[in-house]
Design a protein around this ligand. Sequence first.
Ligand code: UD1
Length: 431
Amino acid sequence: MDRLIVEGGEPLRGCVRAAGAKNAVLPVLAASLLTDEPLIVHGVPDLRDTATIGRILQGLGVSLTADGSTLTLQADRGGPTEAPYDLVSTMRASVCVLGPLVARRGRARVSMPGGCVFGVRPVDLHVKGLNALGADIRVAGGYLVSTVGQRLEGASIYLGTRFGSSVLATANVLMAATLARGTTRIVNAAMEPEVVQLARLLVAMGARIEGIGGPDLLVEGVERLGGAEVVIGGDRIEAGTFLIGAAMTRGDVTVEGFDPHQLSALFEILGQMGAEVEIEADGARVRADRRLDAMDVTTLPYPGFPTDLQAQVMAAMTVARGISIVTERIFPDRFMHVAELLRLGADIRKEGPQAIVAGRDGLSGATVMASDLRASAALVLAGLVAGGETEIRRVYHIDRGYERIDQRLGLLGARIRRETQPSLDPVSPDW
Ligand code: UD1
């Protein structure tokens, strides 16, 4: 297993380009199952998660060819319908093959994605939505199984939870509805930009969808979808991570290649903490020349502050002046990073879905363990400001969603190196 060694104390300075958005590309690749014509996807990030979805799709009979960061996918109407536990359990997003499978092949056997380190993550909304379309999904042997074998029927579906909507359930139901007979109305659809990118791709494939970008999606089912070509937008979470790093190290970083309006909530917070934010046409620049001030943050569905940047902004709060409060409204247990930040000398008290962070003058390097993707990114950021060396173990988590993070932070002036040990991990890109 690889580990990252960070020597703190260097500000991040320079310019970096955002990779394609992980959360956009995964459902987009799954959409290849909806047509027998080629789907050409440009700007595919080189991540463990894209490798995993590629393996799942290959197992479902999708042919896949790569040319740099462009993938061409082609699926037959028939073919296998099982997404196995070994792959699905490494990545929750693989559940988004379920909708396309039941819509086009009439059957599916997809492993339950299971819980994850930041709490139980149910799939009830996916099941409810697809069952409303007639998929008759049941749980058997740890798998979500559908054997309906006939065309789905449009329906009106409310996709809300007490935490808002669901991104991947919206993606699943939307994909399935494009091929259902009649009209589907998805009420309380997720409005995240990654859902918008998927919906636009589906329209390019011939789907009829109204209300894209809003909470109410109206889908008029069509008989068949065709091929399309799509460019994956820049990853707002990756961009946000670099920009938080700039602010907390008193650096100056420009991230290019993403839509800065997708990060308005983050920029509002960073501005109030004392950083300077410049919105550019194709990115943003963040700089700070003093210690940041404390700030309260509440995670919310888009366009609110994203839960996927909560851990990283908490890392910034650990060295800000004053007391900050983080309230997690999407995943109330998403605080695995707190224990590891404490090892670096942070002062954080957790109370239910909140963390109270008393900013310190500095942190001190230590050995810490990455527990999940965004928590790992927070530990890297904390390592950048900690005195001495921070060793981050289990960095395979970070490789799920950040493309060559060590090399790219290195180009921004961070002193960071990767120590590689032979991989025991069964998932590796093979295209
Ligand atoms: C997606 C993102 C993830 C992000 C999350 C919230 C991908 C690949 N992942 O995950 O990075 O952190 O959105 O923005 O896009 N819920 C239910 N029942 C369900 C589904 C969800 O109760 O069937 C709840 C969840 O427990 C959570 C909330 O709804 O409290 C939102 O989760 P959801 O939007 O579904 O997250 P994902 O789509 O899995």
